[in-house]
Design a protein around this ligand. Structure first.
Ligand SMILES: [Zn+2]
Length: 405
């Protein structure tokens, strides 16, 4: 009975939290420079505390294969309206305050490791604070009130940018909510910021590449607006960031990235060809729809559904790059042949799908199998549908219209 009563009280507590209208939560970023070099990004965080006089704070912790992201958070203090104390662990703090008090917190984001971002073992998701710029993924940088409604309104501003510095973030737009703070990218410093032909599409890029900014911006614009056209979506703000990585040796080549809802963050060595970046962008941005808008993934066995989410995405990636004129048919043929060849030579070629789920993270060939099989399956199904005067596109649109996850 005791347990039942505790549960009932907890349920009430959640209800009251969920129902309380939230005032806006404000984040203000300020670059902190010493002798002209950036050393930290200061964050002023203002919100109204909870009605019971205590508000828990969530610090960055585990995300994207990284751990202890709170190491980038320093000098956290309650400037006014509350007292700060330790929480349940290093990723939590507790605030005591008068009921519903206006609280002002301040902290600094620093880089918790040495040197410029490197191409070495996965994407550098941790906060990057270099003398001339910063690169902050929300999950790695922002403290949030714990357990609050994701729909709570949020505003983010930047102030005191040094002369000549630029700033871009997918947190700048109207209608920002607490749920969007983690899945975000904010960059500032010597980034160059461009708009696409669709003004909603922005690119923030720094460093020197083997291609021009103008060419990359035009391709990113074509990819994103072309995909939106295909799925019948309206134009909304979208930010693509490109962070150059130092290579451990001149021959090393690396390109990776992560989708952040209304943004995509790239990490690449400067020797990366533009075509590899654009193919990655086309694939990753298609994940907005595949699989989420056509019905989502199995919660129990996500890897078992990769033939659909990854394979069909690869099928549409190549097809749309041709449709949008970024690839000529010969590019498509070369890319498709690479898949056919890799599949033919794969040691996992005859493995059942159940094996993929078991060995996906440990066997390179097994990892590629759902990409290859799903792509080939989509091509076969599309051919059969076209023979009957239909196409896979019609099916995808119907699934999307039916409302996925
Ligand atoms: Zn993918």
């Amino acid at each position: 009975m005791q347990a039942a009563r505790v549960l009932a009280v907890l349920a009430l507590a959640f209800l009251s939290v969920g129902m309380a209208p939230r005032e806006r939560i404000d984040y203000t970023l300020t670059p902190i420079l010493t002798e002209g070099a950036l050393v930290a990004v200061e964050v002023d965080l203002r919100f109204r505390g909870e009605a019971d006089g205590e508000t828990a704070l969530s610090l960055p912790d585990a995300w994207g294969g990284q751990a202890e992201l709170y190491r980038a958070i320093t000098a956290l203090e309650a400037v006014s309206g509350a007292q700060l104390r330790e929480g349940a662990g290093p990723a939590q703090r507790l605030l005591s305050h008068r009921p519903n008090a206006r609280v002002h917190l301040r902290y600094r984001i620093v880089q918790d490791h040495e040197g410029p971002p490197m191409a070495r073992g996965g994407n550098p998701y941790r906060a990057v604070v270099q003398p001339g710029y910063f690169h902050l993924i929300g999950h790695a940088s922002f403290i949030t009130p714990e357990g609050w409604d994701e729909a709570a309104p949020v505003q983010l501003r930047v102030r005191a940018l040094p002369r000549g510095w630029r700033f871009a973030s997918d947190l700048e737009h109207d209608g920002l909510t607490l749920g969007g703070v983690g899945r975000s990218i904010s960059v500032g410093g010597d980034f160059r910021i461009h708009h696409g032909a669709d003004r909603n599409i922005r690119v923030a890029i720094r460093g020197d590449w083997g291609f021009s900014d103008a060419s990359f911006v035009a391709q990113a614009n074509e990819i994103i607006s072309g995909q939106r056209n295909f799925w019948g979506d309206e134009s909304t703000p979208y930010l693509v960031t490109v962070l150059p990585l130092e290579a451990p040796n001149p021959r090393a080549r690396s390109v990776g990235g992560t989708g952040l809802g209304d943004a995509f963050a790239f990490f690449a060595t400067a020797n990366t060809e533009e075509s590899r970046i654009t193919r990655t962008l086309a694939h990753e941005s298609l994940h907005t729809w595949l699989p989420h808008r056509i019905g989502g993934m199995s919660a129990q066995n996500e890897v078992g559904d990769y033939w659909l989410s990854e394979g069909f995405t690869d099928f549409y990636t190549a097809r749309m790059l041709v449709r949008q004129g970024l690839w000529i048919p010969a590019d498509y043929a070369a890319d498709f042949n690479a898949t056919l060849s890799a599949y033919a030579h794969s040691t996992a070629r005859t493995a059942p799908n159940a094996r993929v789920a078991e060995a996906f993270w440990t066997d390179q060939d097994m990892q590629q199998l759902p990409y290859q099989r799903g792509r080939l399956l989509a091509a076969i199904w599309d051919r059969r549908l076209r023979a009957e005067g239909r196409s896979l596109d019609v099916l995808m649109h119907a699934m999307s219209a039916r409302g996925g996850g």
